[in-house]
Design a protein around this ligand. Structure first.
Ligand code: CUK
Ligand code: CUA
Length: 622
């Protein structure tokens, strides 16, 4: 097995031809799974008007840079929350606050959302996400579904192998997909093995200040780190990562990174690493505390695993971790207990880059290879501890027993599933009931919209024999999702009226326009159904400035009623912000075009919403 695709297509064709458990398919265009006419399935996903879904599904929006929120079981798309990308629906990325959050970037590649946890359970407070495109981390507050902080993570490149949080959200770990020299400084690829590094960042989050910060980092070998999971219960101080390209290839990775029969799982004890940092066992590079494993010894180990693994998932009881094959058609079950014993006995088969390699046989419990199942990627769990692994190539989800390796059930999905997500799936007590397959290629699933098809998310009832009961389009494909019990999330409806909030104005008579040199500061109000920028003016809804002025508009929405959001746009200025009930937002722009420009509320807010307009008048320079 040297290459992914030739092998895959050969085996796949044979596999498909031989398969009998797909009820209805042909090789050219597999038609499988959902029978929309089946009434019992329709009833299972029907949420009558006025009632709410049982779960929230948070699906990463990939290179849209956004997070998609769905309800389960209806699979209705409820909201798109902008995280790393501008979003004109909410004005995200135009007002000063969100512009600053975005840090000068206009997009991101959002992977692997992760809820905050308390005692190994989702606590419904925060959602973390990473940006593979521009090496950032973000946190969203679940009381308002808004981003509170975004940081650029120094010394890293593409934190794909993230985010995973520890049992009490002590850290959000961000290992990287790409190896680069620390600080991304120039180094010839001939010096790859000496100068390049894959860096894992331990990011902490302060709930009080709502700020993320890089606590410390580990300069791992120059490999790619793919997926990861944090330990639970007995393994709570530990975490695991998969690696590929341990060949340290610098070009044509498709072939060159698949040469060796084995790559590794990195196993590390973050509690001990934390202690090492406290004891001064680190080097400071680019302002960061970095552990170099070849020098600062201990707490990090390698476990050989079949070549180019993809996902690695810790069982809910924290006793095992399961690596999925990608190139090898098997799941490998490892035991934490065995790993700890091997570490204690120094049961090493050697070392790589100064990191001890544990004996595979000492740590491995079993290799599981369900018949004809190909391309295992990710595993989720139900309330009984049973595993559900997505098979990218054989386009199915396989249910199996991690205790015995026995295959229990399998269901076809349409088509190639990447991740799947189970209800409360990454907690110590998954709910069972539902699993959503996140399918990469959804040919023919929906009405055609041209050459590029929407991807699909398929809801699977796992309460009995697995059955696909709903399908929902999503674009682009989600790179993982998490599903949380709806009653865990407590949102607020109106931003509290805060007279001390800087630049806020709550009374019409306090609105004003002040000039300081060429800066014009507008302290305005948005309310049903008008803007008031200066109540004392003859025309309170007009902003008149001179060409070249810098305008700073502070706009407060004084409508403290649920769902009365106002927008603010200026014609032909590429400007668009939003103020939710009780919120104050600041907008800065240079009035560099002389002329007459209508301004208006973009968000429907009352029967007289169309009347909620005014003018920006920019007097030409003489
Ligand atoms: S990765 Cu495994 S299928 Cu970005 Cu989570 Cu996509
Ligand atoms: Cu305010 Cu429309």
């Amino acid at each position: 097995m040297k290459k992914w695709f030739p092998v895959v297509s050969g085996i796949t064709a044979g596999f498909l031809a031989a398969t009998v458990f797909f009820a209805d398919f042909n090789v050219g265009s597999k038609t499988v799974a959902v029978d929309p006419a089946k009434k019992s399935n329709a009833e299972k996903v029907y949420v009558p008007f006025g009632e709410k879904d049982e779960y929230y599904l948070f699906a990463s929006g990939g290179h849209s840079g956004q997070m998609f929120i769905y309800g389960v079981p209806s699979m209705r798309h409820i909201r798109t929350v902008p995280v790393f990308s501008q979003d004109s629906a909410t004005g995200y990325g135009w007002d000063e606050h969100t512009k600053e959050l975005m840090g000068g970037y206009t997009w991101g590649d959002l992977h692997h959302p992760a809820f905050s946890e308390t005692n190994g359970d989702y606590d419904g407070k925060w959602m973390f996400a990473t940006d593979v495109g521009n090496s950032r981390a973000a946190v969203m507050g679940l009381d308002s579904f808004t981003v509170r902080d975004i940081i650029s993570v120094p010394n890293t490149s593409g934190p794909h192998c993230a985010a995973f949080v520890t049992e009490n959200t002590e850290y959000i770990f961000l290992p990287t997909r790409f190896a680069v020299p620390l600080g991304s400084e120039y180094a010839s690829l001939d010096e790859y093995s000496e100068k390049y590094r894959g860096v894992m960042s331990a990011v902490s989050f302060d709930e009080t200040t709502e700020k993320l910060g890089v606590a410390w980092q580990v300069a791992l070998p120059p490999w790619s780190y793919d997926l990861s999971d944090a330990g639970k219960g007995m393994s709570k101080d530990w975490a695991v990562l998969t690696t590929y390209n341990t060949e340290e290839a610098t070009t044509n990775l498709e072939i060159n990174a698949s040469q060796a029969d084995r790559d590794y799982i990195v196993l590390f004890n973050w509690k001990e690493l934390e202690k090492m940092v406290a004891d001064g066992q680190f080097d400071e590079v680019n302002g960061q505390k970095i552990i170099f494993p070849e020098k600062h010894k201990g707490s990090i180990y390698l476990i050989p695993v079949a070549k180019s693994p993809h996902g690695v998932d810790v069982t809910p009881d924290g006793k095992r971790f399961i690596a999925s094959g990608k190139l090898a058609p098997a799941m490998t079950v490892f035991s934490f207990e065995k790993a700890f014993a091997a570490i204690g006995n120094k049961d090493f088969s050697g070392e790589r880059n100064g990191i001890p390699v544990l004996n595979y046989e000492s740590v491995m419990e079993r290799e599981v290879n369900p018949e004809n199942a190909l391309g295992p990627l990710h595993t989720q769990f139900d309330d009984k501890g049973m595993a559900y692994t997505t098979m990218f190539i054989s386009s199915e989800v396989v249910k199996w027993d991690p205790n015995t390796g026995e295959t229990l059930d399998r269901v076809a999905v349409q088509y190639s599933p990447g991740h799947s997500v189970a209800a409360e799936g990454d907690t110590m007590s998954p709910d069972g009931k539902y699993l959503v397959a996140l399918n990469k290629i959804a040919k023919d699933s929906y009405l055609s919209v041209g050459p590029s098809h929407p991807e699909s998310m398929q809801l699977i009832d796992i309460s009995g024999k697995m059955e696909v009961i709903q399908s929902a389009p999503v674009n682009p494909e989600p790179h993982y999702a998490q599903m949380i019990k709806a009653d865990k999330i407590k949102t607020f409806t109106v931003y509290p009226k805060d007279e001390n909030r800087p630049n806020s104005v709550w009374k019409q008579e306090d609105t004003r326009i002040e000039r300081i040199g060429d800066e014009v500061h507008v302290y305005g109000i948005a309310m049903r159904s008008k803007f008031i920028f200066d109540a004392k003016s003859q025309r309170p809804d007009v902003i008149e400035v001179n060409e070249g002025d810098n305008v700073v508009l502070h706009l407060t929405n004084i409508d403290l009623d649920q769902d009365i959001t106002h927008g603010f746009a200026i014609n032909m200025h590429d400007i668009n912000i939003e103020v939710q009930p009780g919120q104050t937002n600041t907008l800065k722009f240079k009035a560099d075009k002389a002329g007459t420009y209508p301004l208006y509320c973009t968000n429907f807010c009352s029967a007289l919403h169309q009347e909620m307009t005014g003018y920006l008048l920019v007097k030409p320079k003489q």
